[in-house]
Design a protein. Structure first.
Length: 131
């Protein structure tokens, strides 16, 4: 997908900037620098936009239609699927106040990315230390 290409570009940039060898994993780079992947940053912005629009214009019929489960729209479908994949009900997220919903979604995205990064880093003990 396009987000994967952006992530590759981000990793190439960081690798060149820091002059890191190819053996250093992308996950290790992000963990060390404490930065999110571009995919996570973009999803946070997408959710922030949609939630802000919903709360600013709660009676605007367009937004109500877009968030209905039976309405077919590629973007809304992707947003629904992403929310469900991180364990959040789209309907429940709209019932929360704006600040709480954003905080929950951003925290869940950060936690999942951190888990993926930790799983992607092979940890080895320094020489002379055994388990």
């Amino acid at each position: 997908s396009n987000l994967t290409s952006l992530g590759t570009l981000q990793n190439q940039f960081l690798r060149r900037l820091l002059k890191l060898p190819m053996c250093v994993s992308n996950a290790a780079i992000r963990l060390e620098l404490r930065i999110a992947s571009l995919e996570t940053v973009i999803w946070k912005r997408v959710f922030g936009y949609w939630l802000s629009s919903w709360h600013r214009l709660p009676n605007h019929y367009l937004f109500q239609c877009l968030w209905r489960d039976d309405f077919v729209n590629p973007w809304v479908g992707k947003i629904h699927a992403k929310l469900l994949s991180i364990g959040i009900s789209p309907a429940d997220s709209l019932k929360m106040n704006l600040r709480s919903a954003k905080r929950l979604i951003e925290q869940r995205l950060a936690d999942i990315e951190n888990q993926h990064n930790l799983a992607g880093v092979r940890v080895s003990a320094p020489p002379g230390i055994t388990e």
